[in-house]
Design a protein around this ligand. Structure first.
Ligand code: AP5
Ligand code: MG
Ligand code: ZN
Length: 213
């Protein structure tokens, strides 16, 4: 099963993807996570990506398309995968369709997680992530048992560089202008599964697994 998780910054794509990995035993492919790892390692890709990410802008299509093209050919993707944060522009979606056609494969579901703007800003500015295992938290909505310490591995929690109010505002604008048109793109293909993304994290997980089954 090949799935796209679509939704604005803060919709819960990463949160739900981590739970779906356990449920379906297919990997999560987050272009944001891959780019952040490159930034951390200080690679050429990371240096190029950082300037865009800090401004809340999209990294050029050619760069992320190349990353995904490599990644989906890895053996762990043979039984399916979840794309989190890709595609994000119509050219990316077209490129994905092209590469899947070459692999005689296709996307089965586009899970579109819907959350209003005010809630998104609250979620993003309060998000914390584990430096060691990548687990996600929220200072109010999903706090760790001990402040700034990961429940799962004891690692240190940090705040993403792009989770400040200014960058969040531009990320939300970029989403509306460049990513929202993908809903129409995938509606034409009959693949959009709209999910109400507001409420308890486990309830939302239930809504997603229901439409996938
Ligand atoms: P990326 O890392 O993909 O960030 P994003 O799309 O902005 O999405 P987020 O990761 O911020 O949100 P999420 O939906 O995963 O929310 P989460 O589950 O963490 O991209 C970052 C940057 O990389 C981009 O700006 C761009 O520069 C670049 N990039 C990446 N992909 C690219 C591409 N394809 N093309 C070009 N550039 C690309 O949840 C958020 C918070 O809310 C957490 O604290 C969580 O605990 C909390 N939460 C989750 N669910 C709930 C709930 N139900 N109720 C209350 N709180 C909740
Ligand atoms: Mg994410
Ligand atoms: Zn951890």
């Amino acid at each position: 099963m090949n799935i796209i998780l679509l939704g604005p910054p803060g919709a819960g794509k990463g949160t739900q993807a981590k739970m779906l990995v356990d449920q379906y035993q297919i990997p999560q492919i987050s272009t944001g996570d891959i780019l952040r790892a490159a930034v951390k390692e200080g690679t050429q890709l990371g240096k190029e990506a950082k300037s865009y990410m800090d401004k809340g802008e999209l990294v050029p299509d050619s760069v992320v398309i190349g990353i995904v093209e490599e990644r989906i050919k890895e053996p762990d993707c043979a039984k399916g995968y979840m794309l989190d944060g890709f595609p994000r522009t119509v050219p990316q979606a077209e490129a994905l369709d092209g590469m899947l056609q070459n692999l005689s494969s296709m996307i089965d579901h586009v899970v579109s997680i819907e959350v209003g703007k005010e809630e998104l800003v609250k979620r993003l500015t309060g998000r914390r992530t584990c430096r060691e295992c990548g687990a996600g938290y929220h200072v109010m909505f999903d706090p760790p048992k001990t402040e700034d310490v990961c429940d799962k591995c004891g690692g240190e929690l940090y705040q993403r560089d792009d989770d400040n109010v200014e960058t969040v505002t531009s990320r939300l604008e970029v989403y509306e202008a460049q990513t929202l048109p993908l809903i129409g793109y995938y509606k034409t293909q009959g693949k959009v599964r709209p999910i109400d993304g507001v409420g308890d994290i486990k309830d939302i997980f239930g809504r997603i697994t229901q439409v996938l089954s």
